[in-house]
Design a protein around this ligand. Structure first.
Ligand code: GAR
Length: 192
């Protein structure tokens, strides 16, 4: 199962995927390319260290969202992906893009969707006084963070938590959740 990862930044989830792949824990999945919309993304370095091909396509080089997304499709499709994984890719995608990768496009989000779509998920969980939060891997549809849930992991919120400590605990859980979903997709344990 050929996986193309789209990133925007730090890439700790990408690193987790790379580690699972290096340890033969990713089933039949293989990361065939990492594409970033920002050239300074640390994830590019992580991919480079793992000898995974990388590409940068900056959204700033395009007049609008649609032009960027169409160019992105062209780049992604040269790698013939079975799955396109959004791995901390911080851009909203057009309906055309989402339709093009129907049933092949997945995302990880740092909350228990449908709770806390969008940004600042940890802050909102803390402000609401939630006892637990978590992370979700879901199919991507044109409505942001609203596609069917594939798998979720629950994470406790501690009384003394700050946004930073909670974020770190959720991120840690993400690092097992995303690789396990990609492995199970490759093994046919999750229906597309
Ligand atoms: C992760 O927490 C991921 O769930 C989140 O961005 C972070 C990326 O971290 N994604 C979203 O918020 C998407 N809406 P990473 O670059 O270290 O993997």
């Amino acid at each position: 199962m050929r996986v193309v990862c789209l990133i925007s930044g730090r890439g700790t989830n990408l690193q987790a995927l790379i580690n699972w792949q290096a340890n033969d824990m990713l089933g039949g999945a293989r990361i065939v390319a990492v594409i970033s919309n920002t050239e300074t993304a640390l994830g590019l370095e992580r991919a480079g260290n793992a000898k995974i091909p990388t590409k940068v396509l900056s959204h700033q080089d395009f007049p609008n969202r649609s032009a960027f997304d169409h160019a992105l499709i062209q780049v992604i499709d040269t790698y013939e992906p079975d799955v396109v994984a959004l791995v901390g890719f911080m851009r909203i995608l057009t309906g055309d893009f989402v339709t093009h990768y129907d049933r092949r496009l997945i995302n990880i989000h740092p909350s228990l969707l449908p709770k806390y779509k969008g940004l600042n998920t940890h802050k909102r969980a803390l402000e609401a006084g939630d006892n637990y939060t978590g992370a979700t891997v879901h199919w991507v549809t044109s409505e942001v963070d609203a596609g069917n849930v594939i798998r979720q992991v629950k994470v406790p919120v501690m009384r003394e938590d700050t946004e930073e400590t909670l974020k770190a605990r959720v991120l840690d859980a993400e690092h097992t959740l995303y690789p396990s979903v990609i492995r199970d997709l490759s093994l046919g344990l999750i229906e597309c």
